[in-house]
Design a protein around this ligand. Structure first.
Ligand code: NIG
Ligand code: FE
Length: 441
């Protein structure tokens, strides 16, 4: 046997997230259970007596006593824009006064404002900001997160963002999955003749300049596009995603967020890993996703912040779609909490707490082509969250409250009393080279 990294014992329940989404126990609950971790991977999960007989906690590097508590998989937050600079809290106030997201964007606010702040920020500032976000995420139970570029909208800044995302992944116990999103908005830039860049010009730039450079850099895994009113048409989006595919990037689509534009069917046609948002998706759209294995990613925090109608998560689950739920954390949707997204998924979209758990873990991993994550089963990475509550139901039930007591990433405690760092420190790894701060102004 390898190194017995950890044993979590005597949990009131281990919600494995391995159950059938259409069966009576999607959460896959095992009561009075333990999890043994060998070399960072799950070696056994089952009744405490059985597991601890084979894997004695006294031999483990980390023994976690979880009496009266529930254990769930670490959350896989499959959609965020967590790498950015600047503050848009005043836009939150403006939206409360009735200004719409589209109006803010059209006036040069919204994404454009974050683009200005991000272009002006140094790599060091962007990295510090992102590491701070990852600290908040892990404290709320997220162990894997997708982070998109898309606040550069020029080759140089898009590459800088992806590099920062990659460095954050190296530095932080949370796994970070990088997505290129050069087609996040049409930049308010001018071409060599002093004419404003239009959407078609910009799509040309994304396809012929940005994507080859991104492929050359070799960091991004997915290519996402904002296919919506005020952003890119289906044909423009298709061009970006096909060019991305040619450069080895798997497509993802922001679809039907602000209006119905056909992004869901596009996702199905290009074989995207996911179609995200879906506030205005039709039954036919959902069927197209199911037929082609595209994961629908629902982002209830965004509907909450926009004061918009929620995507019909209940109907999607009933139709057999492997619905994922994520935060969409960005300056317009300022919550890193998968628990808050889960509460909204239950209360506003009609998911059960067990379905919300699977949506935030196993199906989030599916949206990121990482099927080895998001469940508690033999062979999976030991990304585990111990709650200070007796069941997974308490996550959405305790809306607004963080019930995370301990987080293990690959069996190593990164949050909670078992973590051996200094209180108040971040669990980040120290930089392992002298390149830290290079390019800083
Ligand atoms: O997913 N819709 C496009 N992108 C983000 C918002 C980004 C922003 O407003 O900064 C979203 O909601
Ligand atoms: Fe988004």
């Amino acid at each position: 046997m390898g190194d017995l990294t950890a044993v979590v014992r005597d949990a009131a329940e281990v919600a494995t997230a391995t159950g059938d989404l259409r069966g009576d126990d999607p959460a896959g609950v095992v009561e009075d259970a333990a999890v043994a971790v060998v070399d960072g991977g799950i070696a056994a999960v089952g009744p405490t007596e059985e597991v601890t007989r084979e894997y004695p906690p006294e031999n483990a590097t980390h023994a976690v006593e979880a009496r009266g508590r529930a254990v769930i998989p670490g959350y896989v937050d499959s959609h965020t824009h967590a790498c950015f600079a600047g503050d848009r809290s005043d836009e939150f106030e403006a939206k409360l006064q009735g200004t719409t997201y589209g109006e803010l964007l059209a006036a040069g606010g919204g994404i454009h404002r974050t683009v200005r702040a991000t272009r002006a920020a140094s790599d060091g500032e962007l990295l510090d900001n992102l590491l701070d976000q990852l600290d908040v995420m892990v404290a709320h139970g997220t162990t894997t997160v997708e982070v998109k570029s898309g606040y550069g909208l020029d080759t140089e800044t898009e590459l800088r963002m992806l590099d920062v995302i990659d460095r954050a992944d190296d530095r932080h116990p949370v796994d970070v999955v990088p997505t290129f999103m050069g087609a996040h908005a049409v930049p308010r830039d001018y071409d060599g003749d002093g004419d404003a860049v239009d959407a078609d010009d910009y799509v040309d730039r994304v396809a012929s300049e940005q994507l080859p450079a991104v492929a050359d850099q070799g960091i991004a895994e997915f290519c996402d596009v904002f296919c919506d009113e005020g952003a890119f048409t289906v044909e423009q989006s298709r061009r970006v995603l096909e060019a991305g595919r040619e450069h080895g990037l798997t497509p993802k689509v922001h679809a039907e967020e602000l209006a119905h534009r056909g992004g869901t069917k596009l996702a199905a046609e290009v074989g995207a890993a996911s179609a995200d948002h879906l506030l205005h998706a039709t039954d036919e759209d959902v069927q197209a996703l199911i037929d082609t294995d595209v994961t629908p990613v629902l982002l209830p925090g965004t509907a909450f912040g926009l004061g918009a109608d929620y995507a019909d998560g209940r109907a999607m689950v009933d139709a057999g779609a492997p619905v994922a739920v994520a935060t969409d954390f960005n300056p317009n949707c300022h919550s890193q909490s998968m628990a808050f997204a889960s509460a909204l998924a239950c209360v506003e979209m009609g998911l059960t707490p067990a379905e919300a758990l699977v949506a935030g873990t196993r199906n989030g991993a599916r949206a990121l082509d990482r099927e080895a994550l998001g469940t508690i089963r033999e062979g999976a990475s030991a990304d585990l969250v111990v709650l200070d509550a007796p069941s997974h139901v308490h996550v959405p039930y305790s809306y607004g409250i963080n019930r995370v007591a301990t987080v293990l990433k690959a069996g190593r405690p990164v949050v909670g009393p078992e973590w051996t760092g200094e209180p108040g420190d971040s669990p980040r790894d120290e930089p392992d080279d002298e390149s830290e701060g290079e390019n800083d102004e």
